[in-house]
Design a protein around this ligand. Structure first.
Ligand SMILES: NC(=O)c1ccc[n+]([C@@H]2O[C@H](COP(=O)([O-])OP(=O)(O)OC[C@H]3O[C@@H](n4cnc5c(N)ncnc54)[C@H](O)[C@@H]3O)[C@@H](O)[C@H]2O)c1
Length: 347
């Protein structure tokens, strides 16, 4: 198989803006689109080159010969239609959350295993260029992370469950993608009439931890991440700001005062520390339009769609894999059950 033949259920705002345009960059051909709203389905068939249009997803699955299916709509649709896709033995790409709760997400995972196929959840941040670079350093064993900090500010969610399942689940999964499955979560919820804010501490094997600052005030999205650890054997700090700016600090002397003979008695002997060598920076340069400057790539949407198609063609598990979604949902459910306090997480 050179190109995976795919069908797409759900032609709403997110899929039309961020996922359909990424199909051009992946080893797949869009065979069929489906939406309850025929105008949306016809529009996406026209814009993105699908050969068939449906308003009934069951009919699409029955009539089309597909190698994989995208389901992007409400959580209940993900779960109901996801089960039908998996029971046909087809790989499923599903947006987060893949089901309304952890118990139904487990059913999806069991169906995928029983029918020897896979689920890939739309945790696109894993494929964001800066984050993927940090994970590459970890896989190459150049970087060994010890602690992490993830800030994800966003507009107010309807309630805590909606915040956890639709927004906070992204940085929770991101932290898991660097540190593995957490063993414990401590949560502090601040409830303001206009907004919810959460501070989470996730603990991992070996005493490593990550702090997450989530939600907050105002209709804006803001994202920032930091990792401490060892890089090429030296103490290091990695900083990913606003998704598209990555800094690596390894000398550790920037901002440290310099005294002439190791120690100064008078302040006038002390000079300021300014060490450019300390910092290596990556960020896209916008002089020319290339894939690297495209937000489809820097934010991870193109990467996740490519990964789904490649996993179908190469007949392998994708990243994130079938069971990965349960790890993030387990944390979200624990915080929902105990929004202030510590919960030990059972695998
Ligand atoms: N990862 C991200 O960055 C990101 C961003 C926004 C939204 N999302 C997720 O994407 C999903 C969709 O969000 P949205 O804002 O695009 O919603 P939306 O309401 O704009 O789109 C959902 C679409 O699904 C269609 N639909 C519903 N039931 C259907 C059915 N039975 N058969 C066929 N089509 C059906 C609706 O008609 C609608 O067009 C949500 O799960 C959301 O959490 C992810």
């Amino acid at each position: 198989m050179d190109l995976a033949q795919v069908g797409f259920i759900g032609c709403g705002a997110h899929s039309t803006k961020n996922l359909f345009p990424a199909l051009h960059h992946a080893r797949c051909r869009l065979r069929a689109v489906c939406d309850l709203n025929r105008d949306f389905a016809e529009r996406n068939a026209r814009l993105f080159g699908a050969q068939a249009v449906y308003t009934d997803a069951d009919e699409m699955l029955a009539k089309e010969e597909l190698d994989g299916v995208f389901v992007v709509g409400p959580a209940e649709l993900h779960y109901q239609m996801g089960l039908k896709v998996l029971r046909r033995g087809l790989p499923l790409f599903v947006e987060k959350p893949p089901a309304p709760d952890l118990a139904s997400a487990r059913e999806l995972v069991e169906a995928a295993r029983e029918h020897k196929t896979f689920i890939m959840t739309g945790f696109m941040k894993r494929h964001g260029l800066a984050y993927a670079k940090v994970r590459e350093f970890i896989l190459e064993k150049r970087f060994v992370p010890a602690t992490g900090f993830f800030k994800y500010l966003h507009w107010p969610a309807k309630n805590l469950r909606s915040m956890l399942m639709t927004m906070s689940i992204h940085p929770i999964d991101l932290a898991i993608s660097f540190f593995g499955e957490p063993t414990e979560v401590t949560s502090h919820l601040h409830e303001h009439p206009d907004a919810l804010s959460l501070a989470l501490t996730l603990r991992f094997d070996g005493g490593r931890w990550a702090q997450l600052m989530l939600g907050g005030f105002g209709p804006r999205i803001q994202e920032h991440a930091e990792w401490t650890g060892r890089f090429d054997g030296k103490d290091a700090l990695l900083v990913a700001d606003n998704i598209q700016h990555l800094e690596l600090h390894t000398h550790g002397r920037n901002g440290i005062d310099r005294a002439p003979k190791g120690r100064a008695t008078d302040l006038h002997d002390v000079s300021t520390g300014f060490d450019l060598q300390d910092i290596q920076v990556w960020r896209p340069d916008y002089g020319l339009q290339n894939l690297t400057q495209s937000s489809l790539f820097s934010m991870g949407y193109a990467g996740e769609i490519r990964e789904f198609a490649n996993a179908i063609v190469e007949k392998r598990e994708p990243n994130p894999g079938t069971g990965d979604v349960l790890k993030a949902m387990r944390v979200a459910e624990a915080v929902f059950a105990k929004p202030i306090g510590t919960t030990v997480l059972e695998a």
